[in-house]
Design a protein around this ligand. Structure first.
Ligand code: 5RP
Length: 431
């Protein structure tokens, strides 16, 4: 079969989804998927509207059915779905019931292998049970942790079944060709298209990549590995990062002291000291690695523990910035130096280097615990901490937040408002 592009509408807002679907169809999308979040938020009516709006296109209902296969397939099929997704994790009887129901209502079944341990064996069984398509799928939450479509598994599945194999999971205009070369017949793309500022050209680019089997540059929906986090965090604001952590991670009361547009990204080297005692903060500079951020716990003291001479020392060592739950001084000089500095207070006076405290321990800063090695990101809005053990996932989720906002910003600029785009009156938290 000719390679098919299935665009997944993973939204909760029907109006936005229909608008974006129209842009994707204009760009050459072959199949249109009512994504799982869309069906859960808008019900089967959204399938009806997609079928009505795009009668010439195959409509997929990504029901991810786990049980009661016959009924769920009936719901989706009667609403106009041509293909319904059933989870490969479902019981064989659910899949059989779904296949039977699909035959009754003129639709077909795609088995979604998300979370399945032996995906090759499950594909063979699913084909025997009568499904029409296999979908090798890395879920969005799995992608955020750095997982991507396993080419070797794809090749094995393609060699073991005679029905078309779809692939889904963070696929971009860069990664699609390799998946087609490995035997995929259907490319399911969500974020790389629906988060694009220009959905039509993002779709066209995906179609070009599929037709030529050559990557087409794309900066949307890329996922970042553990060795690419500096790049990832540079694409997201502290607001995006906080949103990605369910609105947490913010160092309370720590104020940016820098020229507008200053960004700081680095790994924490933690310091503990007492009010005005600048010995450990300055000694930490000599222990720091290039790319570190000094994070200093002074317990909120208002006598400076860091100044311009320390900042010059940091610059010599390649230290990315300083965060002080206490006071900084010489901000006039530090501001001009462009050394990123964030603190609770900015004052003229310091005290004596007595040497109280320590370096490299867990500390408190801005009300949060900071461990040595945690990621510290600061910008004009403030400072956030990302626990090092969740850094890859949070970095990807932060970029995802930024990309989704980029798309919403374009929709607002076209003459809408945030409230209208998000349908706030319908979705405001009523309880
Ligand atoms: O089913 C889904 C998530 O459960 C998505 O539709 C699928 O992963 C495609 O979206 P993306 O390209 O953003 O991963």
């Amino acid at each position: 079969m000719e390679p098919v592009l299935q665009v997944a509408l993973d939204f909760m807002h029907k109006k936005r989804a229909l608008e974006i679907a129209a842009e994707a169809v204009k760009g050459g999308a072959d199949w249109i998927e009512a994504g799982t979040p869309l069906i859960k938020s808008e019900g089967s009516d959204v399938i009806r509207e997609l079928k009505k709006n795009f009668p010439g296109h195959t409509i997929i209902a990504d029901m991810k059915t786990m049980d009661v296969g016959a009924t769920e397939v009936e719901i989706a099929s009667k609403a106009g779905a041509d293909i319904v997704s059933i989870l490969g994790l479902a019981d064989d009887s659910t899949i059989e019931e779904a296949v039977t129901s699909a035959m009754q209502y003129g639709s077909k079944i795609m088995i979604d292998l998300i979370g399945v341990s032996d995906r090759v064996e499950r594909s063979k069984t699913a084909e025997k049970l009568g499904v029409s398509y296999i979908c090798l799928h890395i879920g969005i939450d799995q992608q955020m942790k750095g997982e991507s479509s396993p080419i070797d598994i794809l090749k094995q599945i393609v060699s073991e079944v005679s029905i078309p194999v779809a692939v889904a999971g963070g696929i971009t205009q860069i990664t699609a060709p390799e998946l087609l070369d490995a035997g995929a017949s259907i490319i399911i793309a969500g974020g790389s298209i629906i988060k694009a500022k220009d959905v039509c050209s993002a779709t066209e680019n995906m179609k070009t990549a599929m037709a030529t089997h050559k990557a087409v540059a794309s900066n949307v929906a890329k996922k970042y590995g553990s060795d690419e986090l500096y790049e990832a965090f540079s694409l997201a604001s502290t607001a995006n990062i906080s949103d990605a952590m369910h609105r947490t991670g913010v160092l309370s009361g720590i104020i940016p002291r820098n020229k507008p547009g200053t960004k700081m990204i680095g790994r924490a080297l933690t310091v503990q000291t007492v009010n005005g005692d600048w010995a450990k903060p300055v000694e930490a500079i000599d222990q720091a690695e290039k790319g570190d951020v000094l994070v200093i716990d002074v317990g909120g003291g208002d006598i400076a523990v860091f100044g311009a001479l320390a900042a010059w020392s940091c610059i010599s060592k390649g230290i990315k910035g300083v965060v002080i739950d206490g006071a900084i001084r010489d901000m006039d000089e530090i501001y001009e130096m462009g050394f990123p500095a964030f603190s609770r207070y900015s004052v003229p006076n310091a005290s004596e280097p007595k040497g109280y405290g320590g370096i490299g321990h867990n500390i408190l800063c801005g009300g949060l615990t900071i461990k040595p090695g945690d990621w510290i990101i600061g910008d004009d809005c403030g400072v956030v901490v990302v626990p090092q053990e969740k850094a890859t996932e949070i970095a990807n989720r932060s970029v995802d937040v930024a990309e989704r906002e980029n798309r919403i910003r374009e929709e607002i600029k076209k003459g809408s408002t945030l409230s209208k785009v998000l349908e706030l009156e319908k979705w405001e938290q009523v309880h």
